[in-house]
Design a protein around this ligand. Structure first.
Ligand code: C2O
Length: 557
């Protein structure tokens, strides 16, 4: 038997600007409704254990984690452990109708997985409909006992969960949008650990407080748990030293502003080396396409202990919403650590070379009056993914026919000027089509944004794997010249990567994890519209190369 559960739960309860910690030995996630007030208005939200953001899951590399999720609300629920590799344990991955049927009201399911070869910051979130807007929290994986960080030991660690807040119910918002054919409303505020900070017309709104002591160094574990928006993050008067993204170490570098997409995490070191005082912390939207976003900046305060409450806060200006240069500066600085202990194992030889277009489309919708009889959809290689009514992993494991096909196209059906104005009316087909890979195959995947409707940055997330980001560029990918510029030495390793608006990103990974693995845009609105697909990875021949049998309590559809 593997080591028994070692899960500590730390509940950062941030409804009041006070941190309440509770440590327990068993990990129970009770999904419950909770009345809560933000922006001077109240609503009932779905939460884990009544907390928003939810409890931080603390574990150590090598731990086997068991989380019992008990559904006490009126919605189907699943929890996804975003970025956890789930080696051979796809049953515990969480996306509804991909690896499991959802947990129905009144039912429970125990997620059981071992954290192998990973340490750092990740996040957990609901993976059904739009429930992750309030059902999310941090995962902190400490290195094995006695193993140091590959950077100076911080004096303390703080978790910062960035989010989005809607005054009305998010399930109602997306349902309404699907009916009308139009884009859903943007959020009403961004949040830092659940709080928006100062907001016009609502003076009672609290702001999150980050207490620091002069001269000390802090590891900030920053998570973007927002539904639909990439965010800039900065702290007035302080530089941030980036040491990790998506639970993989990077070559440390100093920067003023980081950019972080939904599903991504960034660990930075911050030294309280400025004059004692209060400094503004700002999270603001990044959007470089003509697409509406919530333009409110969430604020928190970095507070040196001993600072008089009357002393003013040192302010900072958030970057302009379309500051692509600032975003690129951060993204281009990311390199894998590539040390002896943490080498970069990027596949050099490629078995499957794939080219996927990602973007939007328009299809007829006679009932969509508000959108003049059409609706927005999204697709990968012109396939708008249709969710099945039974889970793909079960269909695969139990050999249930008729649920999916394995003919997902390796390249787009038509070649066109992807990033130009282009033909706007390319037909999208729908289907539950998977791309099949033999165990241990190496894959190169070029993700190409399209300009159909509008170019837009898509943070694409792959379940079950980390990948290496070997290249990135603007315009259409050139298969002759661009690969010559790939970084096969120290590319950054991630689980979610931004495909730049009107550009492309190339990633590589090894299909060493049997199962069915979802890949989708982590902007929830695009996932809803169909910007998703899945890989089916066969079992290998070795004794430890096949999917383990499903647990007895696996939910039924
Ligand atoms: Cu964090 Cu499939 O998602």
């Amino acid at each position: 038997m593997d080591s028994w559960v070692r899960v500590l739960l730390l509940a950062a309860f941030c409804i009041l600007p006070v941190l309440v910690e509770c440590r327990v030995r068993h990990c129970n996630f009770h999904v419950v409704a909770k009345n809560t007030t933000r922006l001077c208005s109240s609503k009932s939200i779905v939460t884990v254990n009544g907390q928003f953001p939810g409890p931080t899951l603390y574990a150590r590399e090598g731990d086997t984690v068991l989380v019992k999720v008990l559904n006490k609300v009126n919605h189907n629920i699943t929890i996804h452990w975003h970025g956890i590799r789930q080696l051979r344990t796809g049953w515990a991955d969480g996306p509804a109708y991909v690896t499991q049927c959802p947990i129905q009201p009144g039912h429970s399911y125990v997620y059981n997985f071992t954290i192998t070869g990973q340490r750092g910051t990740l996040l957990w979130h609901a993976h059904v409909n739009w429930l992750r807007s309030t059902v999310h929290g941090a995962i902190v994986i400490l290195p094995k006992r006695g193993v140091p960080y590959p950077f100076p030991k911080p004096d303390n660690e703080l978790v910062l969960v960035l989010g989005e807040w809607w005054k009305s119910d998010t399930e109602a918002i997306i349902n309404e949008a699907l009916k009308s054919g139009l884009a859903p409303n943007v959020s009403d505020a961004h949040t830092i650990n659940g709080l928006p900070g100062r907001v016009a017309n609502c003076s009672t709104q609290g702001a999150h407080n980050l207490p620091v002591e002069s001269g000390k160094t802090y590891l900030l574990r920053i998570i973007n748990a927002a539904l639909n928006e990439e965010l800039f993050f900065k702290i007035a008067g302080h530089k941030l030293t980036v040491v990790e993204v998506d639970a993989t170490y990077v070559k440390p570098f100093k920067i003023e502003t980081i950019v972080i997409a939904p599903g991504q995490t960034t660990n930075v070191l911050l030294t309280a080396d400025q004059k004692s005082g209060k400094y503004l912390v700002a999270a603001s939207p990044y959007m470089d396409a003509p697409i509406a976003v919530d333009n409110l900046t969430a604020t928190a305060t970095l507070h040196y202990t001993g600072t008089l409450s009357t002393s003013p806060t040192v302010l900072t200006l958030p970057p302009p919403q379309n500051a692509t240069q600032i975003a690129n500066k951060f993204v281009n600085s990311l390199k894998g650590l590539n040390s002896k202990k943490y080498p970069v194992k990027v596949p050099i030889k490629v078995d499957h070379s794939l080219f996927f277009t990602v973007g939007l489309g328009i299809i007829p919708c006679p009932s969509c009056k508000a959108a003049n009889g059409s609706r927005v959809v999204a697709s990968v290689n012109n396939v708008t993914f249709t969710m099945p009514s039974t889970a793909l992993l079960q269909a695969h494991y139990f050999k249930i026919n008729g649920v999916f096909t394995t003919d997902f196209p390796a390249k787009p059906p038509h070649v066109f000027n992807y990033t130009g104005a282009g033909p706007a009316n390319l037909n999208t087909t729908s289907g539950t089509r998977l791309y099949r890979l033999p165990f241990n195959a190496t894959v190169q995947l070029v993700l190409q944004d399209t300009g159909i409707v509008a170019p837009e940055n898509h943070p694409v997330h792959l379940h079950g794997f980390n990948f290496f980001v070997v290249g990135r560029g603007v315009g259409n990918f050139n298969s002759t010249t661009d690969p010559k510029k790939f970084n096969l030495v120290d590319p950054v390793e991630r689980n979610t990567v931004g495909v730049p608006a009107g550009g492309w990103t190339a990633i590589r990974f090894r299909a060493d994890n049997p199962g069915v693995w979802f890949m989708h845009c982590h902007l929830e609105v695009h996932t809803t519209w169909g910007l998703k697909m899945a890989f089916l990875v066969d079992n290998g021949k070795g004794s430890k190369q096949s999917l383990i049998p499903p647990p007895k309590d696996l939910p039924k559809c």
